[in-house]
Design a protein around this ligand. Structure first.
Ligand code: CA
Length: 225
């Protein structure tokens, strides 16, 4: 499986990653909430092993964002022995399983193996919906109501970023960094041009744009009701 380990304690993170790699998994590591989210947004994982207490924002917040974005990924939470409330909160928040610290690596590998077989726990949906705007990320199709909308690859990527987290405002810089991650030269005005083009295509039959401008922040999709 492709596994992302989000854990801020270096020795434990090392140990977990090593055990998972030895068991044949491909492992990626993140040490805080924001970089964990960055990985989830930029690559496809089968499983996230997620610690609760993390710098930046914690495991619950990251779990909430993963579920809000409807990423088809399973989540195994690592909770502290004393915090019964953490386990309940984790499972209510959409975690597939939890493991209390400290745990034996055999136990972790056993849980991971079970989660690997349990493929139907997460709805592997690739369809994002905001109002009457619908995006199928697998088929790379976008519809607004009954109207099919043709987008360029870049337009598609930018729209996908916004639609994954409706209700959250993205700055032009953040959009740039996500799209042009490995290209050093970019200009935030480029984002404005793409948003303009997206609006032209998406809002043809509408007075108000579905992409909201949040003054002195950036752009946002309306939160779902
Ligand atoms: Ca921690």
């Amino acid at each position: 499986m492709e596994i992302l380990v989000v854990e801020d304690e270096p020795p434990l993170a090392e140990q977990v990653c090593r055990s998972l790699s030895l068991a044949g998994h491909t492992v990626q590591k993140a040490a805080d909430g924001p970089s964990g989210l960055q990985w989830v947004l930029s690559a496809r994982f089968d499983l996230v092993v997620l610690d609760v207490n993390l710098p930046g924002f914690d495991g619950f917040e990251l779990l909430a964002r993963i579920r809000a974005g409807r990423f088809p990924v399973r989540v195994l939470m690592l909770t502290a022995r004393s915090e019964v409330g953490d386990r309940v909160a984790g499972l209510k928040g959409g975690a597939d399983d939890y493991l209390t610290k400290p745990f034996a690596m055999e136990e972790l590998l056993a849980r991971v193996a079970v989660l690997g077989r349990r493929t139907n726990t997460v709805e592997a949906t690739s369809v994002l919906q905001v109002g009457d705007l619908c995006m199928d990320t697998d088929k790379r199709r976008v519809n607004r109501g009954a109207e099919k909308i043709e987008l360029s690859p870049r337009e598609f990527e930018i729209l996908q970023i916004l639609m994954r987290e409706p209700g959250r405002a993205f700055s032009r810089d953040e959009i740039c960094e996500r799209i042009w991650e490995r290209e050093h030269e970019y200009d935030t005005r480029t984002v404005e041009i793409f948003i303009m083009r997206l609006r032209k295509k998406l809002d043809r039959a509408h007075e108000e744009s579905i992409i909201r401008t949040i003054r002195s922040v950036g752009y946002m999709m309306p939160p779902s009701q």
